[in-house]
Design a protein around this ligand. Sequence first.
Ligand code: MEV
Length: 434
Amino acid sequence: MTVISGFSKLDRRQRIKFLAEHSKMQASDCFRIYDFDAPEEQQGVFEQMIENYIGNFPIPMGLVTNMVLNGESLTVPYVTEESSVVAAASKASKFWASRGGFTAVVTSMTKKGQVHFTWNGNQKIITELFPEIRKKLIQATDVITEKMRKRGGGIKEIQLINKTNDLPYYYHIDVSFETADAMGANFINSCIETFASVLVNLPELNTEENHIEIIMSILSNYTPDCKVNCHVECPVEDLAGWDKKLTGLAFARKFKHAVDIANLDISRAVTNNKGIFNGIDAVMLASGNDCRAVSASAHAYASRGGSYKGLTSIYLFDNVFRYELELPLAVGTVGGITRIHPMVKKAMAMMNFPDAKKLMMIAAASGLANNFSAIASLVTTGIQAGHMRMHLTNVLSQLNASQVERETVIHHFMDRAVSYAAVEKLIMEIRNNR
Ligand code: MEV
C-alpha cells in the first residue's frame, strides 16, 4: 500500500488528476466534477470549507408546507436524499394545521464541557481546594467569555467529579455553559482547554510528589439539559380525517399500539427514531447544523433509562389524543457555517431567521411531523404505497426513461402498486413496442 503525503498541498485540478490516475474512473469523468461548481463567488466559499476539496455534492432541498408551530404558519426547508420525506412531513403538517398545529417549548439550553485528568494526591485535598480553584478557572476565561456573557451566556457551573473509584486517580471537571444562539462547540472547547492549562500550572496540585496529568478537554455532545418538547393534540374523533376506513378511535388505538411497541422493542424503537430524524436531519442540514452531534445526543437520550426506547410518548385519555416528542437538540443560528454557506443563508431567510430556541422548535416539530406521518401510514395503508410512489421518479431516472416514457409509466402506476421490477417491465414493453 502506498502512503500518500502532501495531498492537501496539491491544487484542486492536481487532486482530481490524482483521482483519475489512482482510480478506475476515466479522466474525463473525473473532471466532470466541475459540472457541479457553483457561481464563482459561492464556489470560493465551498473550496475553503474543507481539506482536500475536489467538488460539490448536491442534495435536493424541498419545502415542507403548512407547518403551524405555536400559532405561526411556517414553510420549512428540508435537505434530504430520501424521496418521500418532504411529502410525509407536509402531509402531517397539513393534517395538524387545522387541528391546532404543533406546540413546542424549549425547556433548557445548557451544554457541557469536560476536562478529564488524573491526580495522584490525596482526594480530600483536591476537594477542599476546589472552591478556590474554581475562582481561578473562571478568572482565566474572563476574556474568552466576555462577549458571550453580554449575550446572556457563559459559564454557569463548574463541578469536580471524583471518579477514582472507577479508574485510579481519575477526575473530571464538568462545566455547564449557556451559549445563546451559538451551538457553542468552539467556545466551550476554548474555555475548557484554558481550564486545563490552569490546572497543570497550579502549584497547590503540582508538587514534587503529586501532579495533574490532563488526559483531554472536550465538550460533551450529550446535551440532556438542552432540550425541546413538541406536541400535537386533538379530540380523538378529529383523527378520522387521516384514513377513510378507520374511525378516529380505531386509528388512535392502532397508533398508540405502534408507539407502545417502540417503547418496548429496540428493533422497532430504532426505526421509529430514525423516522423522527428524517425530519430533524433535513432541517439540520438545511440550517448548516451538525446533524451527527444532534443524532448522537438524541440516541443516547433514548437509552437514558437503561434500554433504548422511542423518543415519542402518547396519551389517550378522556377522548383526547396527545402525541409528544421530547429530545435534546443543541443547535446554532450563528457561528459555524450558518452565516457562510450560501444555501444555509437562504434556508435561514426562508425560516425568517430563527434564533437557536426557535430552530430547536422547528426541528422538533419536523421530527414529530415525519414520525406522525410514518406511523399513521404504517398502521393504515402501509409504508410502501406512498414511499414507492415517491420513489418512482428515481426508478425512472435509473432506467434513463424519456419524457414520454415517464408520463406513460406515471399514468400507469396511478392506481397500481409500484415496484422496481414492475416499472422496469413496463419500460421494456414500451421500448419493444416502439
Ligand atoms: C423511513 O425512512 C422511515 C420509517 O421507517 C420510519 C418508521 O418506520 O417509523 C417509515
